[in-house]
Design a protein around this ligand. Sequence first.
Ligand code: NCD
Length: 320
Amino acid sequence: MGQHLISAKQLSRADIERVLDHAAALERDSPTDRRSGTLLGLCFFEPSTRTRLSFEAAIKRLGGDALDMGAIEASSVTKGETLADTVRVLAGYVDALVLRHPSEGAARMASEFVSVPLINAGDGAGQHPTQTLLDLYTMRENVGLDGLSIGIMGDLKYGRTVHSLSLALTNFDTTQHLVSPESLRLPRGVRYDLEAAGASVQEHTDLSTVLPDLDVLYVTRIQRERFPDDAEYRAIAGEYRIDAATLEDAKENLIVMHPLPRVEEIAADVDETPHAKYFEQAKNGVAVRMALLDLALDGGGIFAADESGSLADWNEGADA
Ligand code: NCD
């Protein structure tokens, strides 16, 4: 078993259910001392509000504490220290590490240098598996996880939450409707994995044709920071936006999700509708990360090992 969580490809249905069941139990019982004396390292090389703070809340609610590397400007990274050295040193101070980094493959690479569990909290346009666990928790609480039509809309190319969610959904009986402009379709590697898993996937450029069939609409932000060219971003920004009027054609019990932050892709008038579940989704991040940490801290590995490429792949692609 792998002790690190790098990609949603590692998650089987049984793994997912184990984490979600444990999250539900922790939410019910709210224990405060399960992990007293445990230190979680937070190593964020990219901005984050929800992911960083919900990990911190999670370890503290378990009775442990967090050690946050803080802003990179204040760390030795500015002196030219490599990621490998930074995580190797931090891993000596803590019991588990959470890493976010702007380069795809960074978490995979970093995990080769540490002996404590390392959790990928977002690697560039790669993966964001813990977001997926809380997304699935939210779906399960509201509409279940089988027999669903799920629309995933927005930036499917650069959106790491989409890459992870889409792969994890192949464990369930779902049809995925991928809605995006041509230029932001799911990357080839992820499509390949979906195909290999026998996923039921349909691609669309227009939401209106599929909206009435959907049980879940997962909206995402166009990842401006990952566009090589800002003009390309501006050409797309503002499309793929929903408001309360858009949802008039939706099923009564459709749930609208979003990993957040939203910019303008969900109008504020959706917040007042019973469809809106994105704030509940963000809140679920604490219980789900408590469960994940609690299981990971037991040692022995909780998921299949990540086999998505070697260190050499990362070095080649690091600044691509
Ligand atoms: C997402 C991320 O960082 O990938 N946010 C999050 O972790 N909840 C989505 C985004 O930034 O658009």
